[in-house]
Design a binder for this molecule. Structure first.
Ligand code: PEP
Ligand code: MG
Length: 799
């Protein structure tokens, strides 16, 4: 039996058409209405997710989709893209007058016509009394210039323009052979389905026909009021305003005076090529000072943006320790007798230049890191100051920005960022995002013409930028900013409250941390405990491993900050990309497949026992559990359990023992592991890389390690199911949980505890509160059936 889906801006209209078609279809068609939105405050509109549901509810045979106005087509197309390819082949979109086409299709179905015949008939606009231009009309041809075609807004403007003239005007889409449509009615214009580049014929008759033709042709040729705006694929429909359009990089609305980044000011010390030995010492001192500054920046970033984002400064520290860079700078001082600053600048520029020349966004952003880190050394050598901090709340315009500039500028006064060059993946932009500063990037040199102090507004979700907005625009933008801030404030204010889905499922939110200091931050951010204490911070960057006392003191300090909340201490996870010289063998051809995590601990029992003893000591007074990273077999867990039992005073003092599910073998053996473990922790940062066989630190393949790949989601689902069957808890601790879009689907996959970095907690709790577990389950079912991470993202975005 064929299925008909009616997509309309109005729920009642969609249902009414279904009733009509059901009457005609005499029980030989399945019908589903996908009308209106799910937003009670704005019920009129269309929703791809609803369309998808409707398609699924009538699936079985072929499905025809009928749509009313412009965005109904978009929603239907989006829903179609979300269907797996084999099902998509059985679905057809039927543009044209929705009532007539649906009724015609239903009557053909009732008469027993085959699907293809019905589809063909339904796609041809049925014969209606089409608008015909009078024979004496003038004609003008023009191509649609704006990238998004004649969608609702330009069509509405066109109608208003046409109505100004004493003339009868019609428009015909010659490219798609649709129309003509009366230009004074929006419906007909939208049905022309005019896309960018389509050729239109405008006919006009009456007293002002020539003037009307001129005006309309110019309006269309100039882009229907939208010319000059590049099509940004990520911009949601409904946001095509603004004077400039850049790449949306950090959500939120900002309005304020434009201020340019003041260049660093020279301290006037002219570089001089003195005694090479003195220059070498000067260079060493400046590098050491820059390292210290970078460590301080790291701490600042941990406090403002969280540990993951602060990793940017870890990378910079590595550049400042890069032997090739340092050797080259020393060589230039020694052999070419260059002053320290010139030598270091040349060596750093060479390294940055090599990276910047690569055709790869990720590596290019590394070049910016080299320049940022090198800038710190050079400032130390030349006495040049950091950029001036803002003296009033403002929107900053700059060609580009480094992560350290962001700190110097003073986050409190920085209302928003307009960058000419950076991409959304630049580290300063990642930091801005984590700090909640709205940003639009990739604006090109257009901003250079705007003078300082001009009021500027930006929408970091759509990429729109307004220069000197009108009073009316400012009022509207301020209302939007207030709504956005209120949402954020509400999330912040509610951060300490539990997260419960709309349909009453309580989801716990705990924190991933990697230092003692971060524990207090976690509690203040609303964490209900710590889900992963990454203990590597105690082991890295030193010549000897920490002893039992040092470790026990650190674990107790963290537990103390948590004030009775649970603490999960993960045993050492070095190896892979985090080698520790005293423990890792080095020289492994595939370090991520080598002696990493638990494998190393089992080889170095001395390290394991010391750490377990320290954990046991903390567990004497606090609710502490141990967690094992990189588990790939049941035997490994048994070995640790034996060690724990051997070290423990008695079974009553045994802390819970958890297993990280982060390699495919652990998923395959999840049932068996669930018998050995007290809980699971799903680490999709690693699971994604091991499932997809794509090293997460290798820029050439890292994008493949996408945790939204259905392959990864299926693994998450399987592991969560095994945990549930065995009656053990399961926490999701991969970074994916910090993406509010993903919360509902993860809840639907059976997750009831998340562990994320502290700055993500408020947003995640808010996302959970706005989701329902039932809807999450429905989303999860769909996501698991999709065939790519991109399709899953579309599904989540459509929601
Ligand atoms: C993970 O792999 O998802 C995880 C949380 O661990 P890490 O990122 O520390 O490897
Ligand atoms: Mg991991």
């Amino acid at each position: 039996m064929i299925g008909l889906v009616i997509v309309s801006h109005s729920a009642r209209l969609a249902e009414g058409i279904c009733e009509l078609a059901a009457q005609v279809g005499q029980g030989r068609v399945r019908l589903a209405a996908a009308g209106g939105t799910s937003d009670p405050e704005q019920p009129f509109g269309t929703d791809a997710f609803k369309v998808l549901e409707a398609i699924e509810s009538v699936s079985g045979g072929g499905v025809l989709i009928f749509m009313d106005l412009g965005s109904a087509v978009l929603s239907a197309e989006t829903a179609l893209e979300m269907l797996p390819e084999d099902r998509r082949a059985q679905v057809r979109l039927c543009p044209g007058p929705v009532v007539e086409a649906a009724v015609a299709a239903a009557s053909l179905a009732a008469a027993g016509a085959p699907f293809e015949e019905i589809a063909a008939a339904a796609r041809l606009p049925p014969e209606t009394e089409a608008f015909r231009p009078p024979p004496e009309a003038f004609e003008r041809r023009v191509r649609v210039a704006n990238p998004l075609g004649l969608h609702a807004r330009p069509a509405a403007r066109l109608v208003r323009l046409a109505r100004r003239f004493d003339a009868r005007v019609s428009v015909e889409n010659l490219t798609r052979r649709r129309g003509p449509a009366d230009a004074s009615h929006i419906g007909g214009l939208l049905e022309l389905g005019a896309r960018a580049g389509d050729e239109l014929a405008i006919h006009a008759s009456g007293r002002e026909a020539p003037a009307a033709l001129d005006a309309l042709a110019r309006f269309l040729a100039e882009g229907g009021g939208e010319a000059g705006r590049p099509a940004v694929p990520t911009v949601p429909e409904g946001a095509h305003e603004g004077d400039l359009r850049g790449i949306p990089a950090s959500p939120g609305i900002a309005i304020g005076p434009l201020v340019r980044l003041r260049p660093a000011v020279s301290g006037g010390a002219a570089p001089s090529a003195g005694d090479p030995e003195a220059e070498r010492l000067r260079l060493e001192k400046a590098i050491e000072a820059a390292r210290q500054e970078t460590r301080a920046l790291h701490e600042w970033a941990v406090a403002h943006a969280g540990e993951d984002e602060a990793g940017i400064f870890d990378a910079q520290l590595l550049f400042l320790e890069d032997e090739r860079l340092l050797e080259e700078a020393s060589r230039l001082v020694r052999e070419a007798r260059r002053p320290a600053e010139a030598a270091f600048e040349a060596a750093a520029r060479e390294l940055a230049g090599r990276l910047a020349a690569l055709d790869d966004e990720y590596l290019r952003s590394r070049a910016a890191d080299v320049a940022d880190a090198a800038g710190r050394v050079l400032r130390g050598l030349t006495g040049v100051s950091a950029p001036e901090s803002l003296d009033r709340p403002a929107i900053l315009a700059a060609p580009d920005l480094t992560p350290s500039d962001l700190k110097e500028l003073g986050a409190r006064r920085l209302l928003g960022l307009c960058l000419e060059a950076s991409g959304p993946g630049a580290h300063s932009v990642i930091l801005a995002r984590a700090m909640g500063i709205p940003a639009v990037v990739g604006l090109g040199p257009l901003l250079a013409r705007v003078s300082e102090g001009t009021t500027v507004a930006l929408d970091g979700e759509t990429g729109a930028v307004w220069i000197a907005p009108t009073e009316n625009q400012v009022r509207k933008l301020e209302q939007r900013r207030e709504r956005w801030l209120a949402g954020r404030t509400a999330a912040e204010q509610e951060r300490l409250k539990p997260a419960v889905t709309r349909d009453g499922r309580r989801i716990r939110v705990v924190a991933n941390i990697g230092s003692v200091e971060a524990a207090a931050e976690a509690v203040a951010s609303g964490a209900e405990g710590v889900g992963v204490l990454r203990t590597e911070f105690l082991f890295l960057g030193r010549a000897e491993p920490p002893g039992e006392d040092e470790q026990a003191a650190a674990y107790r300090a963290v537990a103390d900050c948590l004030q009775g909340r649970p603490l999960v201490i993960r045993t050492l996870d070095i190896g892979g990309d985090k080698p520790a010289g005293y423990a890792s063998p080095g020289g492994e051809p595939n370090p991520f497949l080598g002696l990493r995590g638990l494998r190393l601990s089992l080889l170095r029992r001395d390290l394991l026992r010391t750490q377990l003893r320290a954990i046991l000591r903390a567990a004497e007074d606090y609710p502490v559990a141990a967690l094992l990273p990189m588990v790939s077999s049941v035997g490994e867990v048994r070995q640790v359990r034996r060690e724990l039992e051997g070290l423990c005073r008695g079974p009553a003092a045994l802390p819970k023992l958890g297993v990280m599910i982060e390699v495919p073998a652990a998923v395959a053996m999840a049932r068996e592991l669930a018998r050995e473990a007290d809980f699971f922790s799903l680490g999709t940062n690693d699971l994604a890389q091991y499932v997809m066989a794509a090293d997460r630190t290798n820029p050439h393949v890292a994008a493949l390690a996408d945790p939204l790949e259905p392959a990864v989601l299926r693994m998450v689902h399987q592991a969560a199911l095994s945990a549930r069957e065995a009656g053990i808890d399961v926490t999701f601790c991969g970074e994916l949980a910090a993406d509010p879009l993903a919360a509902a689907v993860l809840v639907g996959l059976g997750i009831d505890e998340f562990s994320v970095s502290p700055p993500a907690i408020a947003g995640l709790k808010q996302a959970i509160r706005s989701a329902s577990a039932a809807e999450g389950e429905c989303l999860a079912r769909r996501a698991l059936a999709l065939d790519s991470a991109a399709a899953v993202r579309r599904l989540l975005a459509a929601r």
